[in-house]
Design a protein around this ligand. Structure first.
Ligand SMILES: Nc1nc2c(c(=O)[nH]1)N[C@H]1C(S)=C(S)[C@@H](COP(=O)(O)O)O[C@H]1N2
Ligand SMILES: [Mo]
Length: 201
């Protein structure tokens, strides 16, 4: 029988050889991991921006953002510290759709991800231009908790989870790469879990 990543029993899926990247341990829990305190959310003060190398810079109020069409994607989540959480159902706005709306310029090569406060992260567009990259506000059929990034977080399943910024406020499209909070503190600039790109030694 052909392997179907969205079907079959949970046990079959989790034990499929090669499902989990090297050096990772599967957890059923959903750890809460971040630097600093969970930021307060005030819908009337919140906005979300897309700027930089785009033909049409975007700015959304909270109400406007919540009107955008949503998608649901199933993906695995791999933290650089060694835990993986499988089969996460994320719901939110597709990164690809947002780039269409912003008229992404062909010179753009990187995304600088801006969260509340000090946290930023960076990723090459080639990792971001994927159907499973979302700006998510729901996880497993429930609104995100404040600890997991409410009202909005990025989800980049193909890279370690430090790229999946919680409390997302802006995406900046750039020509040059600009390493983020953890990337300048020793985490790998790319962070591909399948290559175990954990730390830049
Ligand atoms: N804004 C912000 N986003 C963040 C972080 C952070 O410190 N601040 N930590 C990252 C790391 S290292 C991980 S493993 C995931 C954890 O997400 P979770 O707390 O929802 O499990 O969030 C990522 N996003
Ligand atoms: Mo992490």
């Amino acid at each position: 029988m052909e392997f179907n990543p969205f079907g079959g029993s949970r046990i079959q899926r989790e034990t499929r050889p090669g499902r989990v990247p090297p050096g990772q341990t599967v957890t059923k829990k959903f750890p809460e991991l971040h630097v600093g305190a969970v930021p307060a959310f005030d819908p009337s003060a919140w906005d979300f921006r897309v700027y930089g190398e785009v033909g049409q810079p975007l700015v959304f109020s909270y109400d406007q953002f919540m009107q955008l069409p949503t998608v649901v994607r199933l993906s695995d989540f791999h933290c650089v510290t060694g835990w993986s959480k499988l089969d996460n159902e994320w719901e939110g706005v597709s990164f690809l759709e947002l780039m269409r709306m912003a008229d992404l310029k062909s010179v753009a090569r990187y995304v600088v991800v801006h969260a509340e406060g000090e946290y930023t992260t960076n990723a090459p567009l080639e990792d971001m231009m994927s159907e499973d990259v979302l700006l998510a506000y729901r996880h497993n059929s429930a609104n995100l908790s404040p600890e997991h990034g409410w009202p909005l977080r990025l989800v980049v399943p193909s890279l370690y989870a430090y790229k999946s910024a919680k409390w997302l406020r802006a995406l900046e499209l750039t020509v040059e790469d600009r390493p983020g909070y953890w990337e300048v503190r020793g985490y790998h600039n790319r962070g591909d879990p399948w290559k175990e790109e954990r730390y830049a030694l």
